[in-house]
Design a protein around this ligand. Structure first.
Ligand code: MTE
Length: 335
């Protein structure tokens, strides 16, 4: 997402002080052997953890193979973006705003144990632990186009399950109209959440939302993997949303909470710049971003970043089966 030069995102003296105090406190605690203790306190067997250093308790990410089916409908005939590009050119502002920052800064992001809660206007609130994320629902591989609002795109073989199957298990109440999503808030692990400068001026946690019918659409995926293996941290481990007909910022990463509600929920980029990023954010080549055209996109494939691979952007990113959900809506107003 292009940096916004607005007063609210400039680094102020307060931010610097805040970060410095935080870092000092952290190094003091660390030197006293205290850091890391909080996560270990609940397990008596780890009492010795009081004297572990921060580094010893972290295990770098290792992708695990997943079992899944490959429904022919979702095996599209387009060149896939190579895995090394999918996992090294990322937007995950919790780990920094440059494209290479998430892969560098999230290597030790701890995603197991993990808790995903589904609550709000549901009759059966759910809590899924790490193992349930990959075991509770049969997994499918789906090759989707991912179109970022910044006008680049990729073709990614995700592994996941339909969000609809999760929401159905929670048994939504009649009053539920929207679904709100929230990313983990963990300042210890996510440097972008500690510094407004590094985190792009976002008020964390990152939040997103969909209308209930959009959330229940069969294309809407909860992804737990890509290229046949568990998601790397920089792509939103252990579980993220993928809504292929919307700009990429709707596809929120590392989700801890899904809440059904009767009101349109706030969304991170809309809060930051409502004239640039709407709630709907459907890919639409005829509605320009205030600062650039959305008529075409740079497809990231095997060529270098400068390769001639500009293609025309398609309405709904080519997923025209979603059009009936927006019948009668003026899509240049609800952008
Ligand atoms: N989710 C969180 N929590 N934080 C983010 O910064 N960036 C979004 C989206 N989800 C983002 C996020 C944007 S702008 C895009 S384009 C996609 O993630 C990028 O996903 P990828 O890095 O897996 O390609």
């Amino acid at each position: 997402m292009p940096k916004l030069f607005r007063p609210s995102v400039r680094l102020t003296e307060n931010d610097v002080t805040d970060e410095q105090v935080y870092l000092n406190r952290r190094s003091l605690l660390k030197s006293m052997g205290f850091l890391g203790a909080s996560t270990l306190l609940s397990t008596p067997a780890s009492a010795a953890g009081w004297f572990w250093s921060d580094d010893e308790e972290k295990t770098p990410f290792q992708a695990q193979p997943l079992e899944f089916t490959q429904p022919p409908k979702y095996q599209i005939n387009e060149t896939r973006t190579p895995e090394n590009k999918v996992t090294s050119y990322n937007n995950f502002y919790e780990f920094g705003t440059s494209k290479d920052a998430p892969a560098k800064n999230a290597t030790e992001f701890q995603t197991n144990p993990w808790t995903l809660k589904v609550d709000g206007l549901v009759n059966k609130p759910l809590t899924l632990d790490y193992d349930a994320l990959t075991a509770r629902f049969p997994l499918q591989e789906r090759i989707y186009r991912l179109r970022c609002v910044e006008a680049w795109s990729m073709v990614v073989p995700w592994v996941g399950f339909e969000l609809a199957s999760l929401i159905k298990q929670a048994d939504p109440m009649m009053s539920a109209k929207y679904v709100a999503f929230e990313t983990l808030y963990d300042r210890d692990q996510m440097p972008g959440q500690r510094s407004r400068f590094m985190g792009g001026g976002i008020d964390y946690p990152y939040v997103e939302g969909l209308r209930l019918d959009e959330a229940m659409h069969p294309l809407t995926l909860m992804a737990v993997g890509l290229y046949g293996k568990t998601l790397p941290p920089q792509n939103g481990a252990p579980i993220r949303l993928v809504v292929p007909w919307k700009y990429g910022f709707k596809s929120i990463k590392s989700i801890v909470r899904i809440r059904l509600t009767d009101k349109e929920p706030p969304t991170t980029w809309n809060r930051l710049a409502s004239n640039e990023y709407g709630f709907y954010a459907n890919v639409n080549p005829s509605v320009a971003h205030p600062r650039w055209s959305q008529a075409s996109e740079r497809r990231i494939t095997t060529g270098g970043l400068l390769a001639r691979n500009r293609i025309e952007t398609q309405m709904f990113n080519g997923y025209t089966e979603v059009a009936p959900m927006y019948e009668g809506m003026n899509l240049s107003r609800y952008y």
